[in-house]
Design a protein around this ligand. Structure first.
Ligand code: ADP
Ligand code: MG
Length: 474
């Protein structure tokens, strides 16, 4: 359906078509008419399905009549992160260019003064993160008594990040008679409870079943030993393996600390990579994100918090350095790729210790994710030449592997006997691609990576064939 048919005014239809959109996405098609009617809306649709425009477009229409008074914003949009707030403001700039709505952005990490000044002038649209809004409210710079339109966006993220008490407080400061729009990618029972509390007789519109992953994303699990070093080696293998197909990639780590470690390690290994984490100052975050969006840097290492809902359309790959502790984060993470019908690839590095997390993940998405045998990647798929040039002699390899059945943690077990060769192949490939940096070459390949020739001949006791803890060359 096109945007005109949804009942939007001609100026908005024009700006949407300037933005290059011809058809509304399903959530836009379902939500916009109800928002225009003044109904409360509960919208559930996967990440990347265009939820932002499903509230910004009708809001521009609704707010086009009337005037804002000083310190009394007419509408309020709550976002969990500064980046998301920023993106929503960009969306207003883009779609509202033919209307004269005033807007203010209240986010942490930016000057209070400018934000105060904007509020003093009066704003039609206030976009804020909950903490900063309450801060300014308590200082008396905002009155919410005239805010008759409220949007709670990315509600599931708000909940995960512990912002719901703030949101509840803010809602209590708003007039009881208002229009409330509530958007979420997933619909956990707690979200449902909050929706019931905030919304009045809402029209519920949902597009995909809750917590489903896009069909356009191919997903794989890659096994690794638990040591971070081993995981980093697996990650590098994956990055090299996917290099040719990769336009840009996000690497998610569960812990903030690991974002820094993985980032530095990849830099040392000659990868084109930047990092985004919650501790960065706002200008640095914006600059990093802008660089990534423009394609100046191809790979971004980040935490869930830093990457929440970011609109980065060109991401072709998502790598999970860790299995997310909260399964719904998985849906969000891989929702960064395969957006708007494009195809994408998602890889998740998992260790034996992750079996519980994987089980809960599979329950959530309603299926298992296939395992990718990375030994194949290291031996052959890096590129065709590597096999003949660098693979170990077949006999040696067979002996090293023995007749052990492939196991869950096959990746590293297998990689071990062939570690030197694999490393050589890796380095060779990297050098050929002009990517090997000094650090890469200086990286000592572990001496214990190879199984020594057995003095027992064909009668090697079984325990000797068992893997020893891997020393990955990270
Ligand atoms: P969500 O909030 O559901 O995760 P966004 O609102 O951030 O998704 O939109 C995801 C992407 O889809 C953005 O790049 C946006 O510009 C694009 N998009 C939104 N609406 C349309 C449309 N009607 N046609 C094409 N692309 C769209
Ligand atoms: Mg969104």
């Amino acid at each position: 359906m096109n945007f005109q048919e949804l009942g939007l005014g001609p100026e908005i239809v024009q700006s949407v078509s300037d933005a290059g959109y011809t058809e509304a996405t399903p959530i836009q098609e379902k939500a916009i008419p109800y928002v225009l009617m003044g109904r409360d809306v509960l919208g559930v649709a996967q990440t990347g399905t265009g939820k932002t425009a499903s509230f910004t477009l009708p809001m521009i229409d609704i707010l086009s009549t009337g005037r804002a008074k000083a310190r009394m914003p007419r509408s309020l949009i709550l976002e969990p992160t500064r980046e998301l707030a920023h993106q929503v403001s960009e969306s207003f700039d883009k779609y509202g260019k033919y209307s004269k709505l005033s807007m203010a952005l209240l986010i942490g990490g930016e000057s209070f003064k400018d934000q105060q000044a904007a509020l003093e002038r009066g704003v039609d649209v206030l976009i804020a993160t909950p903490g900063r809004l309450l801060d300014l409210f308590e200082r008396g710079h905002i009155l919410l008594a005239d805010t008759k339109l409220l949007v709670i966006d990315e509600a599931d993220r708000m909940l995960d990040m512990g912002f719901m008490p703030d949101v509840e407080r803010i809602v209590s400061l708003l007039p009881k008679i208002r229009q409330t729009l509530f958007f979420s990618a997933t619909m956990a029972p707690e979200i449902r409870r909050l929706a019931d509390a905030f919304l009045m007789n809402p029209k519920e519109v949902s597009v995909a079943p809750p917590a489903s992953t896009a069909a356009t994303v191919s997903q794989s699990i890659v096994r690794s030993q638990r040591e971070p070093k081993a995981k980093r080696a697996v990650l590098r293998d994956l990055l090299r393996r996917e290099e040719d197909e990769m336009q840009s990639a996000l690497i998610f780590c569960n812990r903030k600390r690991d974002v820094g470690v993985v980032h530095k390690s990849l830099l040392r290994h000659g990868f084109d990579v930047a990092a985004l984490h919650g501790d960065m100052a706002q200008p640095a975050r914006m600059a990093t994100l802008a660089g990534f969006k423009q394609g100046d840097v191809k790979v971004l290492v980040c935490s869930d918090v830093a990457a929440r809902g970011l609109d980065i359309p060109q991401v072709s790959h998502v790598f999970n350095f860790d299995v997310p502790v909260n399964s719904e984060d998985y849906v969000h993470r891989i929702g960064r790729t395969g957006r708007a019908g494009r195809s994408g690839k998602a890889f998740t590095i998992a260790t034996k210790e992750d079996s519980k997390l994987l089980a809960s993940l599979y329950r959530l998405i309603g299926r298992e994710v296939e395992e990718l045998r990375m030994d194949v990647a290291v031996d052959g798929a890096v590129d065709g030449g590597a096999v003949e040039e660098a693979a170990p002699a077949p006999t040696e390899k067979r002996r090293a592997r023995g007749s052990r059945k492939p196991k869950q943690d096959q990746v590293c077990d297998d990689a071990k006997p062939a570690a030197n060769d694999a490393a050589a192949a890796e380095e060779k490939t990297a050098r050929r691609r002009g990517k090997a940096k000094a650090a890469d070459r200086a990286d000592p390949t572990p001496a214990n990576g190879n199984m020594p020739d057995s003095p027992f001949g064909d009668h090697t006791p079984a325990f000797m064939l068992r893997p020893v803890p891997m020393a990955a060359n990270a």
